[in-house]
Design a protein around this ligand. Structure first.
Ligand SMILES: [Zn+2]
Length: 405
């Protein structure tokens, strides 16, 4: 028994070394074997045997020679992101995105399917079928590292189970197991906001931060917490439920059963109903009406943002209200976690500099003195494909164990 355990430990150490070596080449390439050994404090023999494996698998290739300090010129190594692929899947309330990507999150092929308001097992069946169909058109399945699925709600990432997603009516769905049975590919499942924190770190502008909070505002409001370079998941994976923090005592009843949750004051349905009720019941005059030619169904987040940028009075009032409630929740979060940076994403934040300016100001007013200079709220740096980049980051995190920073 003892002997077997030791062998197991040794294999584990070899795998960990391999991951660290691959990650070092990814970040520092072109780089020589001896430089790698110096950077990560392992023996040159360990580097040489791990690199041989990585070259064999196509993950690393030799590319030219470096300068020598006398002896033979060292051969340089580079990461090869295109030798392997990732199938990324992003689930939202309204659509499913599926993409074939390389190991740098570059999209090779993409499909978007409406969810048709499916819920429960119907939506799961739809996802399984669409992914299977997508894979049937993929030629190089041998080099596919797996499927990475991200979704709002509470996810047990270790087991690949969607524990709770009230909007899609999903409870304890073993999605990893179902997808692996269907496709025979290793599958990873994680919460979307956790995925976006990882993606900001791997692909975005925030790679040098160790403590950051990512808040996503859409139909729901969620957040991902990176604490000391790791995703903070909490005991049952439900950390970061910032949408259900109380901001208005005795306020609007929330689907969670509580009253006055942040989500119901800052999500798009809340903003939309405020605009419509101001126009319909209060007879408010606003540019928004003209922008949609009086068809209120056409009011979308980008229309609201355009109205804000034009200085429309109603849009600015509603924005002020959203910022006020969000500032309360962010102030509480800052006092708990003391992040270096807070990153926001969502349609109402996109191209909305006034939102960020006003939010930064209000949070600065509210936080304790020692944090006043530390308020650092930005919009996401991931661009329009943030969901698929999030999915890619989850696979890189679990399978390749790429390190943060
Ligand atoms: Zn709630």
């Amino acid at each position: 028994m003892m002997q077997r355990k030791r062998t197991g430990d040794l294999r584990l150490i070899q795998e960990l070394n391999r991951s660290i070596i691959l990650d070092t080449i990814r970040k520092n390439g072109p780089i020589s074997r001896s430089e790698i050994a110096k950077i990560i404090f392992v023996s040159p023999t360990t580097v040489t045997s791990a690199v041989a494996e990585l070259i064999n698998e196509g993950l690393v290739y030799e590319d030219g020679v470096g300068n020598s300090n006398g002896g033979r010129k060292p051969v340089l190594l580079r990461f090869n992101p295109s030798a392997h692929s990732i199938i990324g899947v992003s689930i939202t309330n309204s659509y499913i995105k599926i993409a074939d990507m390389n190991l740098e999150g570059k999209i090779i092929r993409k499909e978007v399917h409406p969810t048709n308001q499916y819920q429960g097992y119907d939506i799961i069946q739809l996802i399984l079928d669409k992914v299977e169909l997508f894979l049937s058109n993929k030629l190089d399945i041998v080099n596919c590292q797996g499927i990475s699925i991200i979704t709002p709600g509470i996810v047990d990432a270790e087991k690949g189970v969607i524990t709770y997603n009230s909007k899609l009516n999903l409870y304890d769905i073993p999605l990893k197991q179902l997808m692996e049975e269907k496709t025979n590919l290793p599958t990873f499942v994680d919460n979307d906001a956790n995925a976006y924190v990882l993606a900001e770190n791997y692909f975005g502008l925030f790679s040098k931060f160790n403590d950051l909070i990512y808040i996503t505002i859409g139909d729901g409001v969620g957040s991902g917490l990176m604490v000391n370079g790791s995703i903070y998941r909490g005991y049952r994976g439900s950390s970061g439920e910032i949408g259900h923090t109380s901001v208005v005592p005795g306020g609007i009843r929330c689907e969670c059963g509580n009253k006055g949750c942040l989500e119901n004051y800052v999500n798009w349905p809340a903003i939309y109903s405020k605009i419509v009720s101001a126009i319909m019941t209060k007879g408010r005059d606003t540019n928004i009406k003209d922008m949609v030619s009086n068809d209120l169904n056409k009011i979308k987040p980008n229309i609201f943002v355009q109205a804000v940028n034009k200085g429309d009075e109603l849009a600015l009032e509603i924005l002020e209200d959203v910022v006020h409630n969000l500032a309360i929740a962010i102030t509480n979060t800052m006092h708990f976690f003391n992040p270096e940076v807070i990153i926001l994403s969502g349609d109402i934040i996109q191209d909305n500099p006034l939102f960020l300016k006003s939010l930064n100001e209000q949070v600065t007013q509210k936080v304790i003195t020692v944090l006043k200079k530390e308020v650092n709220i930005h919009s996401t740096s991931l661009g329009s494909e943030f969901q698929l980049l999030g999915a890619a980051a989850v696979l890189l995190h679990w399978k390749f164990k790429f390190q943060i920073n």
